[in-house]
Design a protein around this ligand. Structure first.
Ligand code: NI
Length: 181
């Protein structure tokens, strides 16, 4: 397995719309395993293929404490959504930034697993929020797009400053609040 590089906002590659997965082979399995390893190492609770510059409709999620509930969604489609919840979200591609986003609190999703087998699942709570956040990535959308232009500009500047500080090897501390998605 290998750790993949996570693209960071405002990298234009994060704006790519992902294509459906059509081949369910060993290479796809390796990509899924590498994405889990990358997500756990970050650490995060969700990762979309777009974030690692792999532009196929593929998402991995594990919101459990003990890395024991791996969810893989290939070519996911939301069939139904209900309720509404405001959650403070973070994103591995927008490190150290957290803000409130409103999304459906329950979703029914249809997707394929790593072997291409189709399934449907009802998700709620953090899992539902996480799936919607990751599906946005596949459309080239980031959670900061839900915020005001002013906030987004501040975030862009802060990340730029953090990156420069990292390059000058003065590590910028990241607030550890909610897990990043
Ligand atoms: Ni994200």
């Amino acid at each position: 397995m290998a750790l993949l590089t996570i693209l960071e906002y405002p990298d234009p590659r994060l704006r790519t719309r992902a294509e459906p997965v059509t081949v369910f082979d060993e290479a796809l399995g390796r990509q899924i395993d590498d994405m889990f390893e990358t997500m756990y190492a970050a650490p995060g609770i969700g990762l979309a293929a777009t974030q690692v510059d792999y532009h196929r409709r593929l998402i991995v999620i594990d919101v459990s404490e003990d890395k024991a509930q791996k969810h893989v969604f290939v070519n996911p489609e939301i069939l139904a959504r209900s309720g509404s919840a405001v959650t403070e979200e973070g994103c591995l591609s927008v490190p150290g930034i957290f803000d409130e986003v409103q999304r459906a609190s329950q979703v029914r999703v249809r997707a394929r697993d790593r072997h291409g087998i189709e399934f449907e699942q009802d998700l709620e709570g953090i899992l539902a929020v996480c799936l919607q956040h990751e599906m946005d990535h596949l459309e080239g959308k980031l959670f900061v797009d839900y915020l005001s232009d002013l906030k987004r500009e501040r975030i862009r500047k802060k990340l730029d400053k953090d990156r420069k500080a990292r390059a000058a090897s003065t590590p910028a501390p990241l607030p550890a609040r909610v897990p990043a998605l």
